[in-house]
Design a protein around this ligand. Structure first.
Ligand SMILES: [Mn+2]
Length: 378
C-alpha cells in the first residue's frame, strides 16, 4: 500500500488586494501558511510516503526570501520526500526559487533539468510536467516515459484537462491523452476548486488549500490518497478531501422588494447572516429588487459588518416603477403597462394577482434591457 498527500495552488505571499479589516492582507497570507502547516502536520501524523505539490506553491512576483526560508524550514522538518513541480505563477525561470534556493535534501523539484525521479524506498516513479515560463502551450507528451513495471507511477501536471481553453493556453491536455500514458495517478494542479474527471478516474485536481477570492467559494483543502502498490492501473485508489481552509468566500444576494421599512430590511439582512462567522466567512452581499426605501449603504455596512474580517455590501436595488406615468407613454412599454394594470385591477384571485404583478415587472425589464435579471429571485 502507498499513502501520500497531494496539494496544489497554495500561492504563498498572494497579495490579497481587496479591502478588509485592518491587517487583512497580512492575515490572509498567514492563513495560507497555516494551510500548509496543516497539510504537513497531517502528512507527518499519518506517516505519508511522500508529499506532492503540483505547482503554484508561491507567487514568483511577490514571494519574499523570508517566506521561502520558512517553507524550506517546514519541509526540512519532515522525513519523507516532498516532490514539486512549478506552475504558471511560480515558473521554473532563471531566477526561480525552485532553482536558486538550497532546498533540504528531502525536497525534489521536477523540471526540464530533471523531469522524473524513482523513489526507491516507496517503489514509486514520479514524472513532472511543470511550467518553465509564465505561459506555456501543449506539453510534449511524447517525452513522458512509459510507466515502470512493478511500481506505482505518478504523473504530475500543472495544466488544463478536457477544456476548450481558447487562447488561455495553460498546458492543455485531454483525459484520453493522459489515459494513454498508462500512469496510476495523475496529480494535477492549476484550478483552484477541486476537480475530478468522469473519463479519467485516477486524475485529481485538489484546488487551493486556502481559497484566494470570491471565485473560489466553498470548502478548500488537499487530497489524501491511499492505493495499492503496484496498483494495476489505479483502480484501487482511495482519495479523501481533507479541509485546511481558514476562510470561506461566498457571494449572496437579497431581494429587498418586499421590505416595507428600514427596520424590516435590517431584519432580512440579519436573518440572512445568521449562522455565518464574521472571522471565517468572507462575503459579498448585493441588495436586489425594487424599493422606495432610502438605502444608506455605509450605515448598513457599519451596522452589520464593522467587525467582519472582510464583508462588502453592494446596493444593486432600483427605484420602483411609476406605473401611472409609464402607462401614459405612447410606446410598447406604455401599452404593455396599461394592459397589465387593467388585468390586475380586474383580477379577483390573490395568487393570480401576484403572478400578474411579477409578470408586469419582468415584462418591463425585458422591454427595457432585452433580458430578465431578476427572474431567478422570483
Ligand atoms: Mn494557481
Amino acid at each position: 500500500m502507498i499513502r501520500f498527500a497531494h496539494f496544489a495552488d497554495l500561492h504563498l505571499d498572494a497579495p490579497f488586494r481587496e479591502a478588509g479589516r485592518s491587517g487583512y492582507s497580512r492575515q490572509r497570507r498567514e492563513d495560507i501558511k497555516a494551510a500548509l502547516e496543516r497539510i504537513l502536520q497531517f502528512s507527518r501524523a499519518e506517516k505519508a510516503d511522500f508529499v506532492l505539490s503540483a505547482g503554484d506553491l508561491y507567487e514568483h512576483l511577490y514571494t519574499t526570501k523570508n517566506t521561502i526560508a520558512w517553507v524550506s524550514q517546514r519541509f526540512s522538518e519532515l522525513s519523507m520526500p516532498i516532490v514539486m513541480i512549478a506552475g504558471n505563477h511560480d515558473p521554473y525561470v532563471a531566477d526561480s526559487w525552485y532553482r536558486l534556493w538550497p532546498w533540504p535534501s528531502n525536497v525534489v523539484v521536477l523540471s526540464e533539468d530533471r523531469p522524473g525521479i524513482f523513489l526507491e524506498a516507496q517503489k514509486t516513479f514520479i514524472y513532472g510536467l511543470g511550467f518553465s515560463a509564465r505561459k506555456q502551450g501543449k506539453p510534449d507528451l511524447n517525452k513522458v516515459p512509459k510507466p515502470k513495471e512493478g511500481c506505482f507511477n505518478i504523473l504530475m501536471l500543472h495544466g488544463t484537462v478536457d477544456m476548450d481553453v481558447g487562447d488561455q493556453d495553460y498546458s492543455p491536455v485531454s483525459s484520453e491523452e493522459l489515459a494513454d500514458l498508462g500512469y496510476d495517478y495523475y496529480a494535477l494542479g492549476h484550478f483552484h476548486t477541486r476537480k475530478s474527471y468522469p473519463t479519467l478516474k485516477n486524475a485529481f485536481n485538489p484546488g487551493s488549500p486556502e481559497p484566494l477570492g470570491f471565485d473560489e467559494p466553498g470548502d478548500h483543502g488537499f487530497l489524501w490518497v491511499e492505493a495499492d502498490n503496484p496498483s494495476g492501473g489505479g483502480d484501487n485508489l482511495r482519495v479523501k478531501d481533507i479541509s485546511t481552509a481558514a476562510r470561506r468566500y461566498s457571494r449572496m444576494s437579497l431581494d429587498i422588494s418586499d421590505a416595507a421599512s428600514s427596520d424590516e430590511l435590517k431584519m432580512k439582512i440579519a436573518a440572512l447572516l445568521e449562522g455565518l462567522d464574521p472571522d471565517r466567512d468572507i462575503i459579498k452581499l448585493s441588495l436586489k429588487g425594487r424599493t422606495s426605501l432610502v438605502i444608506d449603504d455605509k450605515a448598513l455596512h457599519d451596522a452589520f459588518f464593522s467587525q467582519w474580517l472582510n464583508a462588502r455590501l453592494i446596493n444593486d436595488s432600483k427605484a420602483p416603477y411609476d406605473y401611472e406615468a409609464l402607462s401614459g407613454e405612447r410606446n410598447l412599454k406604455g401599452a404593455f403597462t396599461a394592459e397589465m394594470l387593467a388585468r390586475i385591477k380586474a383580477c379577483p384571485d390573490e395568487d393570480r394577482t401576484r403572478i400578474l404583478k411579477d409578470a408586469l415587472i419582468l415584462g418591463l425589464e425585458a422591454l427595457e434591457t432585452g433580458r430578465i435579471e431578476s427572474l431567478k429571485e422570483i
